[in-house]
Write a protein that binds this ligand. Sequence first.
Ligand SMILES: Nc1ncnc2c1ncn2[C@@H]1O[C@H](COP(=O)(O)OP(=O)(O)OP(=O)(O)O)[C@@H](O)[C@H]1O
Ligand SMILES: [Mg+2]
Length: 510
Amino acid sequence: MDDFISLEHMVKVYPPRVLAVDNVSVGFQKGEIHSIVGENGAGKSTLMKLLYGLVPFDSGVVKINGAAVHFRKPGDAIAMGIGMVHQEIELISQYTVWENVVLGAEPVRGGIGGTLDSARAIELVRRKIDEFQFNLDPSAQVERISVAALQKVEILKLLYRNVSVLILDEPTSVLTPQEIPQLFAELKRLRDKGTTILFISHRLDEVLELSDRITVMRRGKKIATVAASETDKEALAEMMIGRQVIFTSKRTPHPRGDRVFEAKGLSVTRHDGLKLLDNVSFSVHAGEIVGIAGVEGNGQFELVNSVMGLAAPTSGSITVNGGEITKLSILERRKLISFVPQDRGKMGASLPASILDNAIMTHHRLEPRFSAWRGLVLNYRNARAFTDTLAKRFSVQMASRQSPFRSLSGGNQQKLILGREFLLSTPFFLMDQPTRGLDVGSIEYVHGEILSMREANRAVLLISADLEELFLIADRILVMHRGRIVADLVAEQTNIEEVGRYMLEGKITA
Ligand SMILES: Nc1ncnc2c1ncn2[C@@H]1O[C@H](COP(=O)(O)OP(=O)(O)OP(=O)(O)O)[C@@H](O)[C@H]1O
Ligand SMILES: [Mg+2]
């Protein structure tokens, strides 16, 4: 079969000299789901941005149905039927679903310059929703709907513009395990109607389940394109990173020490009386990894905010090493708590600041080696050395220390934050979805680092939507449901099915 879209000898160099895409040729067929996999920084997002006209390329040719095309901006690509959904959702929260969908392509009454025909717009959006069985309310306010629904609105926006090629960059990383099957069913229906879907994900099980074909990239180059039915997880991982990856636990028994962290009767009550966090009590000991499982939105956010001092709990206490922390400032808490936030772009880092500034953030306020002139200026020599050590140890690929943090690929941003927090000397470590967006090799490395913190007798609280991750490294698994801790289980004495049932129902029903 002839390729519907072909990319020929594509090259992209980001200034000054990051060779992000290195002579890649690949073809996509009509009505196939084609996944792109590869390590963090391999060039997956960049390759798709080249196709989409979002980033200009240095050389190469894009062909549709055999004819060369030249996209200067995403609008050109959309006009040719190619749409892309980015990882960061860009909807207008005050608008309704239908308003967001038609925005910029509204049906009007009375010809050009006429008024918005809202009745017709709603009808058109409703028809698209029905056609693709999307299960969305066109009149819902966007700020009130779930992340999964937001993503559907983004996809719907493109379908409304009649795209026949849909590019999705890590769409599942923000979804809960329960939401993924529905998205996949929708994508498969789209494929069966002839849409080409280009899909980027680090979750190899998902990629294998969803795709017809898979292209593997490594360091800007294409390694291979294979049929999903003719490969497996191990083979993909090896092609991606050039060595074998072990997908089983390396956890060995380790005695737990004294209690380090304790939450007692922690509650957060919303203004209308709803308990977002309901009388939560638990502790984490030195040398112990406690995992928190639960569908997102069941109190994890309020728990993290209470611990980090981002919002005060309505009642209850939190102690670290026996000292109450609820009244401490954020900086004082940071002397005791290393923290990897879920939203790394907003809370964990400053996107426009340099990589160096982000690497030493918090360290520079707690460690004298980073200040000179009695703390008035930064000791740049030590800051540079620290950034280099961190980047080397956590294999953060960067053009230069002075490049803006946002120029790092998604996974490299996460590795930098993780490394910075690992290197703080704190007794307690709070991690919220730490491996989201990381490639399999990096996840293996991060798990190894977390286990070595356990060996070093630090106390770890790990919030993760990824149950496999919890079973790989956690000693105990707590399940949160509607603001409460409904189960406290020893990892070795439970299983994914049991935890899954607590997550959904809050209790075990026979
Ligand atoms: N705007 C930019 N300026 C400079 N370098 C960039 C820019 N965007 C990406 N890069 C670099 O280009 C390389 C490829 O990045 P890209 O985002 O395409 O990787 P990726 O495969 O999508 O990785 P991830 O899985 O981490 O998202 C990386 O080394 C990255 O740091
Ligand atoms: Mg990417």
